[in-house]
Design a protein around this ligand. Structure first.
Ligand SMILES: N[C@@H](CCC(=O)N[C@@H](CS)C(=O)NCC(=O)O)C(=O)O
Length: 215
């Protein structure tokens, strides 16, 4: 199977995680961010992740991919556990995280941004949504202050370093994908349990953090 992704993209991380967690091999294919034709030929629009199955068919939507892979061997590992408070935390901080992450990822060594035109495509489309990247970068100290406070609120929700709700659940896919996005941002202060969780999930799901290239 082949998983078509953008490396920086949280929904693509969600889809990647299930392969690592279940030890199912998959080939990752990182598409240039300005390649509209390839995803459109596969699913009718420019949106990743897309799973290319062994029979040549294509499946979009990160959580659909998770559930399909999850059921493949008849040994599901994702429980129905759910923490509504965590879901609220994630949605409450979506804007803050976009403001920190999006202006940075385009300058990092992600395969989808190798060409100048791919970078420009990303910058134009995301600035249209969140506003001028340089203005967001200027507010880094203020954003980091808010984020570091928010991470202190997150910490008590993490019940185990292997699973936020104690056993693996969909919440882990959403939370780890967000923390993996954040790993592109330098000087984030991770409370001990949050740090242990993101490192353990990176290892279990075989999706490396971006700490080393964070800016
Ligand atoms: N509901 C979809 C959303 C996927 C999604 O939003 N993908 C983004 C990348 S993170 C995308 O391909 N956007 C088109 C673009 O950036 O041009 C899923 O969960 O897979």
């Amino acid at each position: 199977m082949k998983l078509h992704i953008y490396d920086h993209c949280p929904q693509c991380v969600i889809a990647r995680m299930i392969f690592g967690l279940k030890g199912i091999p998959v080939t990752l294919n990182i598409l240039p961010h300005d390649d509209v034709d390839t995803p459109t030929a596969m699913i009718g629009k420019k949106m990743l992740p897309v799973l290319e199955k062994e029979d040549g068919s294509f499946m979009p939507q990160s959580m659909d991919i998770v559930h399909w892979i999850e059921r493949l061997d008849g040994q599901p590992i994702v429980t129905q556990r759910h923490n509504a408070q965590l879901q609220t935390w994630l949605s409450d901080h979506r804007c803050l995280i976009d403001s920190l992450v999006l202006p940075r990822v385009v300058s990092l060594a992600f395969g989808e941004f190798e060409s100048e035109s791919a970078q420009q495509y990303f910058i134009a489309s995301k600035q249209h949504i969140i506003g001028d990247f340089s203005e967001h970068l200027q507010q880094t100290d203020h954003y980091l202050e808010q984020l570091n406070q928010a991470l202190l609120q997150l910490e008590p929700m993490i019940l185990s370093e292997r699973a936020v709700n104690g056993d693996l659940s969909e919440d882990d896919f959403h939370l780890f994908a967000m923390l993996r996005e954040l790993s592109s941002v330098k000087d984030v202060v991770y409370p001990a349990k949050v740090d242990a969780y993101r490192r353990k999930l990176a290892s279990l799901s075989d999706v490396p953090l971006n700490d080393e290239q964070a800016i």
